[in-house]
Design a protein around this ligand. Structure first.
Ligand code: ATP
Ligand code: MG
Length: 419
């Protein structure tokens, strides 16, 4: 126990962390281009926030939250997703009085007590975007485009975009009656969760993962076929906006999304490579959420992208992420005087932004070179008294074995020139 991570969690080791850094850098770049600003909210919030903000009839709230009483007897929950905390922050800091839309993004860890499977963990990571204050479909198109840019900048191909509309409280009411009538005769064949949701939020039954329930809901009336005129216009606007900038999509009437608060637009990016957990990213519009959390009536839209699933996708597409962190030059040294000189040289290389290393273990030159090779150093030099006295070193390219004699003084410039 002591030397194992808790079930559903894992360490991100140096052999992986450079990939995370690479993707995070791309995320920051793409968000900057689109004018989204980073927000950082606490890892834990009051439990009520998620009950309200994620929704009482969701799997997350019903089955998956890490909830505990703190020493002050407050009910606290580790965030299972990012939207609720950002909505709380939007309200708490009066962001509705700033120029709208407010466009935010985050890279967070999230926590759900789930059955461990490939691509499904108890601690996982999400890149998310939330935009508040704009109610037309243009912003829906924009946030979908953020994902398009991100995938492109990572070289990811063939992730499919599925879109749907799940209407608004007005059309949902009429639809709920329809689907209730449809489902009522089948209830005894459906799972307990569906039975419970039947009275509270029948649309969510479409999202049930149990085979016996899916068999029944395939023939259920779809929300999309029953949306009101306003929602229909919004959906047409979304499709036209995506067409306008050349983003391909499929319409999938079965997407209802896992969270209770969605309205109108819902969407997912799905991969065929990642298997059962193929949804890399899910998002949608949540026009009632800010108000239901105690803020002013404010439209909003966002998405959450699973970083672990994104990485799986990158790997399965054979995309190589460069390890930009490997040591550029390793200075091996022979003897005490050269060792001291090497310390100064490494220091000055580092001051010039070059990743440089030297012996820290009193190793032989042979062992130093072996270590440099293991580090993946791009270049090495061996420094002895002669090299220092004659101001000459042999710069070895570790990749192709080429050697060049250069003056010691020019080493720094030489490394920069060769980049
Ligand atoms: P799923 O249907 O796979 O359970 P969800 O609807 O619960 O997904 P969201 O709440 O929309 O997922 O979260 C957005 C994204 O976060 C998902 O598309 C997925 O990539 C990722 N994600 C969700 N839960 C997990 C998890 N337990 N482990 C890893 N990634 C996850
Ligand atoms: Mg889930």
């Amino acid at each position: 126990m002591l030397t194992q991570t808790p079930k559903g969690t894992k360490d991100i080791l140096p052999s992986e962390s450079y990939k995370w850094q690479f993707i995070e850098k791309k995320i920051h770049q793409v968000c900057r281009i689109f004018g989204y600003k980073e927000i950082r909210t606490p890892v834990f919030e009051h439990t009520e926030l998620f009950q309200r903000g994620v929704g009482d009839t969701t799997d997350i709230v019903q089955k998956e939250m890490y909830t505990f009483l703190d020493k002050g007897d407050r009910s606290i929950t580790l965030r299972p997703e990012g939207t609720a905390g950002v909505v709380r922050s939007y309200i708490e800091h009066g962001m509705s009085s700033l120029p709208q839309p407010i466009k935010l993004y985050y890279n967070i860890s999230a926590y759900r007590y789930e059955k461990m499977q490939k691509g499904r963990y108890r601690e996982f990571h999400q890149f998310g975007v939330e935009a508040f204050g704009a109610k037309g479909p243009d912003i829906d198109v924009e946030i979908i485009s953020v994902l398009g840019f991100l995938f492109k900048s990572l070289g990811i191909k063939n992730v499919g975009l599925n879109i749907n509309s799940i209407g608004c409280p007005v059309c949902r009411k009429a639809y709920n009656e329809k689907i209730t009538e449809f489902l009522r005769p089948h209830l005894d064949k459906m799972c307990p969760t569906c039975n419970e949701r039947f009275g509270k939020n029948p649309l969510r039954i479409i999202d049930c993962k149990e085979e016996k329930c899916k068999k029944i809901t395939v023939d259920a009336p779809s929300m999309l076929d029953n949306i009101c005129e306003e929602c229909g216009t919004h959906f047409e606007g979304l499709k036209a906006g995506l067409d306008n900038i050349g983003i391909a999509y499929n319409i999938d009437k079965n997407i209802v999304r896992g969270l209770d608060y969605y309205s109108k637009t819902v969407f997912e990016f799905v991969s065929e490579n990642v298997g059962a957990q193929g949804t890399i990213c899910g998002g949608g519009r949540y026009d009632g959420l800010v108000e239901s959390c105690g803020g002013p009536s404010t439209p909003g839209i966002g998405f959450g992208l699973g970083m672990e699933r994104l990485l799986m996708e990158i790997e399965s597409q054979g995309i190589l992420i460069p390890d930009e962190d490997s040591v550029e030059i390793y200075i091996s040294s022979i003897g005490e005087a050269a060792g001291k000189y090497a310390s100064k040289l490494v220091n000055s290389l580092r001051e010039n932004g070059i990743s440089a290393g030297k012996d820290l273990m009193d190793r032989s030159v042979k062992a130093q070179m072996k270590y440099a090779d293991k580090l993946g150093a791009k270049y090495t030099v061996v420094l002895g008294d002669d090299e220092i006295n004659n101001n000459k070193v042999v710069l070895k390219n570790m990749k192709n074995g080429e050697k060049d004699e250069i003056s010691l003084d020019s080493l720094c410039q030489e490394i920069i020139n060769r980049r």
